[in-house]
Write a new protein. Structure first.
Length: 282
């Protein structure tokens, strides 16, 4: 397990485990503080995750360890020799630099995840084959949904962005399924609105395949997603930063284009019409 980021190693440790919501919260907290995880006491981890200390012990047992000390010993054994991430001795970074460096680490983790392209390629085929294509993102994730929908509409014949909640949300899902939709693309970022979880559950009831970009494989939307690809958010500033989810969205757009035979022709046609209209200032 050496030679990969601390977050990637933790992610692999948790993958495939049947964890309770409380245990998923602990796992998520460890991934977000992956570099520190091998050195946290059970009390510190409990405080970080907002759970009880016995919950941390039960979490370790659920992973197959005798207790939390055994889990922490395992994490220390697989940690790389250089746990500083290349930071030189005596280097001090202000809070803004630390936020940028945390996002760089999130992007490194995403790059490692994409070493296996199959999940993204599968997602691209699902999204390309859905006509119309629903794109869902509420509150903090609404900008991700709108950005994805803006570019997707340049190559996909019918993209419908769901970036507002309310009683009309199910109506719009119903209308899309009646029109032939087969998939829904969801962006789910913290804090996770209950309405998103409910909407995904309903979408699957209506027969839609749900592809989700979330901040963690243990996010509340996981149980209502057919294919979830995680991309961590930065938490060092007052408001979360979402560079990795945005980039993953662009990667999924690329994979979707591969599944749309007319994608290149549509892009060329748009460029020609934009030039004729003088749409952009070059």
């Amino acid at each position: 397990m050496s030679g990969s980021s601390p977050a990637a190693r933790l992610q692999r440790l948790f993958e495939g485990q049947r964890l309770t919501p409380t245990q998923r919260r602990i796992a998520h907290s460890m991934v977000r503080r992956a570099a520190d995880a091998p050195f946290l006491s059970s009390v510190e981890l409990a405080e970080l995750a907002g759970v009880s200390q016995p919950s941390v012990t039960r979490f370790a047992v659920a992973l197959g360890f005798d207790g939390y000390p055994a889990l922490r010993k395992h994490l220390r054994e697989v940690a790389p020799a250089d746990a500083t991430g290349g930071v030189g001795v005596g280097e001090i970074f202000n809070e803004y630099q630390q936020a940028v460096r945390a996002e760089i680490e999130n992007l490194r983790h995403l790059a490692e995840l994409l070493a296996d392209p199959q999940p993204v390629e599968r997602a691209g085929r699902l999204l390309a084959g859905s006509k119309p294509l629903l794109v869902l993102g509420l509150r903090a994730a609404s900008s991700q949904a709108r950005g994805f929908g803006y570019f997707a509409a340049k190559v996909h014949p019918d993209v419908r962005v769901l970036d507002e909640g309310g009683s009309m949300l199910r109506d719009r899902i119903d209308a899309a399924t009646r029109a032939g939709a087969s998939a829904l693309m969801c962006f789910a970022l913290p804090r996770h609105p209950r309405e998103v979880v409910d909407a995904l559950a309903y979408a699957r009831e209506r027969g839609l395949t749900v592809v989700t970009v979330a901040d963690s494989a243990f996010a509340p939307v996981a149980e209502h997603s057919d294919l979830l690809i995680p991309a961590a958010v930065g938490t060092g500033l007052a408001f979360d930063t979402a560079c990795a989810p945005m980039l993953l969205g662009r990667v999924l757009l690329e994979a979707m284009c591969d599944g749309l035979p007319e994608a290149q022709a549509r892009l060329e046609d748009f460029d020609a019409r934009a030039a004729a209209r003088g749409l952009f200032v070059e």
